[in-house]
Design a protein around this ligand. Structure first.
Ligand code: CTP
Ligand code: MG
Length: 179
């Protein structure tokens, strides 16, 4: 069980890390170009930028490559079991799906009238994951590494991990609120 949880986190790092790259490198033109939806509210809001999206996708792919190096250095094989082109396709879809899902989450939040930056529990933590799974499942390598158990563990632990990371960031005074 612990093994499966560790493996799930490892497999999901290319989907978990894009948002962090977006936070660091984001800014500039919003993805929705500042436009409103038919309900008069912003389509996505200022929290979703083109630069953040692109940096997020490339950041996730970069992390996946670091994982390949770490697997090689420590002598275990998860992502390195795949042929390189399969690996690249899978992790690109995970990273792209994570950023697309992150944007979809914002779209839904705006429709509910939740302002940019305000939290929307569960939606904030799971939309990106479900869309990352959906995109990644287009890759033949997905079913090989992401067994049904791994997929389910991902859905269960992601909101918990999110909370844990935020509490740690709060304790370290990196964040103002513990959520
Ligand atoms: N970010 C970005 N571009 C993206 C995603 C994120 O520039 N595509 C940056 C923004 O500066 C954003 C920050 O990362 O404020 C945090 O991301 P997130 O929590 O996803 O956005 P929120 O500001 O909370 O906006 P929302 O309510 O729409 O989720
Ligand atoms: Mg947010």
């Amino acid at each position: 069980m612990f093994d499966d949880i560790a493996k799930t986190i490892w497999l999901l790092l290319p989907a978990y890390t894009p948002n962090n790259f977006a936070v660091v490198f984001g800014g500039g033109t919003p993805l929705d170009f500042g436009k409103n939806f038919i309900d008069g509210k912003r389509i996505l809001g200022d929290g979703k930028t083109i630069r953040g999206f692109v940096a997020g996708v490339f950041g996730g792919i970069l992390v996946a490559h670091l994982q390949l190096l770490i697997e090689r250095a420590f002598g275990f094989q998860i992502y390195s079991k795949l042929q390189y082109h399969q690996f690249l396709q899978l992790v690109s879809l995970l990273a792209f799906g994570a950023m697309a899902g992150d944007s979809l989450g914002s779209f839904i939040k705006r429709r509910f009238g939740v302002e940019r930056g305000r939290c929307f529990p569960i939606l904030d933590q799971l939309t990106f994951l479900l869309i990352a799974y959906a995109f990644a499942s287009l890759s033949p390598a997905f079913g090989y590494l992401f067994t049904p158990e791994i997929i389910l563990i991902g859905i269960v632990i992601t909101p918990l991990l999110h909370l844990a990371v935020n509490v740690v960031a709060y304790v370290l005074k990196l964040k103002e609120v513990p959520w």
